[in-house]
Design a protein. Structure first.
Ligand code: 5RP
Length: 235
């Protein structure tokens, strides 16, 4: 099976998992290619839910296209489950997220949810987080100061770029990637994250940081992971 097939497999498994909830609940829905597989698998069963809260503009668009009712998080007081992918997950359920740039809204929805179900293929499981560069969403004017602070922590920092609008011209510099919230993203390579909770709190305290894509406080409660032999459910 290739990685796309593994993502589809776990998307279907997550659909089966959330259909165990009583009917009429609100569902939290994540962002990325694995979350997209989940949304597509769940679409025929959308009537089971009273609505969804979404972690990005891209996910909102996909949910609406399938006919889900998308709710403003401010209208929702009880969120039993949030389903989302991850870029890396360690054995304790701590994650690096934000490869798709949606980390801030993902963390907000995760913090609202009673249970975080992480869905991924086995390539995302690591003994220690940090091989995948850690995304940090920032206020653009704080780029310099936040970069220096992150370098002090031992990271190699780069500003995430999007494809230039003039991709036809070799000399055109690329544009900074801009998040749904108007933030920029610094990707921090070279960290060995042995104490995720402490590092999350330390980076959160740097002035100018909107969100760090380290999900230690909001770690996964359940992990559905796909591999060649099927699905494992890890609690
Ligand atoms: C987006 C995320 C995604 O969950 C993460 O990047 C995994 O994406 P994919 O399922 O496409 O591998 O955090 O901000």
């Amino acid at each position: 099976m290739n990685q796309d097939q593994l993502k589809q497999l776990v998307g279907v498994a997550a659909k089966d998992e959330v259909l165990k909830l009583p009917a009429g609940q609100v569902l939290g829905v994540g962002t990325g290619s694995t979350a997209n597989c989940f949304i597509d698998a769940l679409a025929p069963y959308k009537a089971h839910f009273s609505g969804a809260v979404s972690s990005s503009n891209a996910t909102t668009e996909r949910l609406l296209k399938h006919g889900f009712k998308v709710l403003d998080p401010n209208e929702v007081s009880v969120l039993p489950v949030y389903v989302d992918g991850a870029d890396e997950i360690d054995p304790a359920g701590h994650m690096i997220k934000g490869g798709g740039g949606a980390l801030t809204r993902e963390k907000i929805i995760a913090s609202m949810a009673q249970q975080f179900i992480c869905i991924c293929d086995a390539t995302k499981q690591v003994p220690v987080l940090g091989h995948f560069a850690l995304p940090v969403e920032i206020i653009p004017l704080a780029r310099g100061v936040v970069t220096r602070e992150l370098e002090r922590l031992g990271g190699k920092v780069s500003l995430r770029a999007t494809k230039s609008i003039r991709a036809d011209l070799d000399q055109t510099p690329s544009e900074p990637f801009v998040s749904d919230n108007g933030g920029w993203i610094l990707d921090v390579a070279g960290l060995q994250i042995s104490h995720p909770l402490a590092l999350e709190s330390q980076i959160n305290q740097i002035a100018g940081v909107i969100t760090v894509g380290l999900f230690a406080k909001e770690k996964a409660d359940v992990l559905l992971v796909s591999n060649e032999s099927g699905i494992s459910r890890i609690v």
